[in-house]
Design a protein around this ligand. Structure first.
Ligand SMILES: [Zn+2]
Length: 146
């Protein structure tokens, strides 16, 4: 749980509002996008186990990661976590987008469409009414000779 690594130096992110690529300080929690001049969230959103039990929002977006632990529920219209997404609890959204890896863990519940680079689904997870678009682009390092 206390796994908060604070890497130093700048990192590259993509604005989830306008897709503008920008470089930010690794420790920055939010910034104003130079592309659309709107405030965007950069920090990882890691929900605490059972607190709050239910997150009900229209839009949940970050340039970082989103972690939904066991016992937590997210109900949203749109969820976007550019770096990656880990669901061990309950995820219900019209659309979930991630430019990174999505992990749907043990006994997790998922309902909704997904657009992601990669997705790993635990065999015990429950998926309902979902349409998955997995690009796989740039997500796996090609070990095989081409
Ligand atoms: Zn922007």
């Amino acid at each position: 749980m206390a796994r908060k690594t604070k890497p130093k130096g700048p990192r590259s992110v993509e604005c989830y509002l306008c897709r503008h690529a920008l470089t930010v300080d690794a420790a920055a929690l939010s910034t104003t996008c130079p592309g659309c001049h709107r405030s965007i969230v950069l920090e990882d959103l890691v929900l605490k186990k059972n607190r709050p039990k239910l997150v009900m929002v229209s839009v949940l977006q970050t340039c970082g990661r989103l972690v939904v632990p066991k016992g937590s529920r997210v109900v949203a219209e749109l969820v976007e976590a550019n770096v990656g997404l880990e669901v061990l609890g309950h995820m219900e959204a019209k659309l979930v987008r991630s430019g990174g890896a999505v992990v749907i863990g043990k006994k997790a519940y998922w309902r909704g469409a997904l657009e992601a680079a990669t997705v790993v689904v635990d065999p015990t997870a429950v998926i309902e009414g979902a349409q998955f678009h997995v690009s796989g682009a740039n997500a796996t390092s090609a070990n095989h000779p081409s």
